[in-house]
Design a binder for this molecule. Structure first.
Ligand code: CP
Length: 312
């Protein structure tokens, strides 16, 4: 396989294991290009890329923008707060307007689950989901997978512990889908109020404490408490959360000796992770950021090569 099957990247759920491997192989090549110091390659010459983020972002938006520029695309960002969205223009009208200007790839982050899927049905551009509500964040799971594969060689037989606010996390959902497809086992740990009711249907082991989830893990992935999506009080206090569910040196020591500590960022130091573990040699959080650029280069390059005629 050397092409993706669909014009859009809406979620890991829609990808096959072969497509995931193709993206990771391509991202490895992109990483090599970047490591050689080459930040101007012709892969997207003649293409136009637009980012449209209705929610805040540092890593995702900037890495898409840099990846577009590194591959010689014409790139633009719609600053939503100062755009005609503030005058009441709908998501669909905004997307159709951008589409009409000839953008080839439109990257959308939105607080509503399913927003990119809805837009994809109405525009010619390829849509990339950069995070939709509590649904998916596919490029985050892909960059996490690249980080894991580069250090562990593959996924089969690995135990990945995902710890924290699972209920409101699109990162957790995309990672669970990806790791299941690639043959890893996933254990989940967190307070009962931050675990979704239907979690077991995804084939993961669920623990209401962090220690059991982390025990003997190859990868320990911490998650941010998604305060922007939490309606009421789901735990007594941040201090209590940190005490019972935060990842510190002692809890991390329950994982395998060579376990990787990961986190999608942004990290709330002293809440989900102590500063000591964030800055430790076992932490791969900054490498995740580096891999994010390579993965987004790979995804945009592969989408630019999908056969639109076949799909029409
Ligand atoms: N991990 C992640 O999506 O980070 P940003 O919100 O900074 O893009």
């Amino acid at each position: 396989m050397n092409k993706l099957l669909h014009k859009d990247l809406l979620g890991i759920q829609q990808l096959t294991a072969e497509e995931i491997s193709l993206i990771l192989d391509t991202a490895d090549t992109m990483r090599t290009i970047l490591e050689q110091g080459n930040k101007k390659v012709p892969h997207l010459t003649g293409k136009s890329i637009t980012t449209l983020f209705y929610e805040n972002s540092t890593r995702t938006r900037l890495s898409f923008e840099l990846a577009s520029k590194y591959m010689s695309a014409a790139s633009a960002n719609v600053a939503v707060a100062s755009s005609s969205v503030a005058k009441g223009e709908s998501l669909l009208d905004t997307a159709k307007t951008i589409d009409q200007m000839g953008t080839d790839i439109l990257i959308i982050r939105h607080s509503m689950s399913g927003a990119p899927h809805f837009v994809a049905k109405h525009v010619k551009a390829s849509i990339i989901n950069a995070g939709d509500g509590v649904n998916e964040h596919p490029t985050q799971a892909l960059l996490d997978a690249l980080t894991i594969r580069r250090h562990k060689g593959g996924f089969a037989g690995l135990k990945v512990a995902i710890v924290g606010d699972i209920r409101h996390s699109r990162v957790a959902r995309s990672n669970i889908f990806l790791l299941n497809k690639m043959g890893a086992t996933v254990s989940i740990g967190g307070p009962a109020t931050l675990l979704p009711q239907d979690l077991k249907q995804f084939g993961v082991a669920v623990y209401e404490n962090v220690e059991d989830a982390i025990k003997d893990a190859d990868i320990v992935m911490g998650l941010r408490i998604q305060n922007e999506r939490i309606g009421g009080n789901l735990f007594p206090s941040v201090r209590e959360y940190a005490r019972f569910f935060g990842i510190d040196k002692a809890r991390l020591a329950l994982a395998k000796e060579d376990a990787l500590l990961m986190h999608p960022g942004p990290v709330n130091r002293g809440v989900e992770l102590t500063s000591e573990v964030v800055d430790d040699d076992q932490s791969f959080i900054l490498e995740q950021v580096t891999n994010g650029v390579a993965v987004r280069m790979a995804v945009m390059y592969l989408l630019s090569r999908t056969d639109r005629k076949e799909q029409a």
